[in-house]
Write a protein that binds this ligand. Structure first.
Ligand code: IMP
Ligand code: MG
Length: 178
């Protein structure tokens, strides 16, 4: 795979941003979790794995982990175009839920996930994404927490893949298109 040089985001830049996001999220949820309810972190697999494992270790509020995997198979937003490959085990009703994503591109996958979780009446429901590519949006989705807004380029590394490769890279690279 051919990559643009230098990396779009280095491991150092990513870690600094993760720390900022963790501080903001910890502050926002401090009061809500003092009321005896913990934060339910739902990580979107596979891409959100690396980001969420770094983020969660910096959060200072009590939390429970869970996971979801989904695929949207329509090119436009319409209900029922969502295939869930894994659903959370934890009950969502009445919980403070934060969905952790690697990247929001068209927004179709995040929209599917948010609609699915919202139907179970959580106490609150927000999305945190490391990267946001707003130029390609097809579905309405407004993540509460965004690490970096990026241009319309395909990126690999730090959880994100090209044909399943590159998820383990510490930096985020732009894939050269021919
Ligand atoms: P959506 O278009 O917002 O539904 O994005 C669906 C999924 O495609 C994301 O959760 C990522 O896993 C993947 N994806 C979107 N853009 C990129 C990219 O630039 N690199 C790697 N994966 C991507
Ligand atoms: Mg993903």
């Amino acid at each position: 795979m051919e990559l643009k040089k230098p990396p779009l985001l280095t491991a150092e830049q990513i870690q600094k941003k993760v720390e900022e996001l963790a501080q903001q999220i910890s502050a926002d949820y401090a009061a809500r979790t003092r009321a005896g309810r913990d934060l339910l972190l739902i990580t979107v697999l596979k891409g959100g794995l690396i980001f969420s494992s770094d983020l969660m270790r910096r959060l200072t509020v009590p939390l429970t982990l869970d996971f979801i995997r989904a695929r949207s198979y329509c090119q436009t937003h319409s209900q029922g175009c969502c295939e869930f490959l894994l659903l959370p085990e934890q009950p969502v009703t009445g919980r403070h839920v934060l969905v952790i994503e690697d990247i929001i591109d068209t927004g179709l996958t995040a929209r599917c996930i948010v609609d699915y979780l919202a139907a179970q009446n959580p106490a609150s429901l927000e999305v945190c994404t490391l990267l946001d590519k707003p130029a390609r949006r097809k579905a309405q989705i407004h993540p509460r927490y965004v690490g970096f807004i990026i241009d319309d380029e395909f990126v690999v590394g730090y959880g994100m893949d090209y044909e399943e490769q590159g998820r383990n890279w510490p930096d985020i690279h732009v894939l050269l298109s021919d």
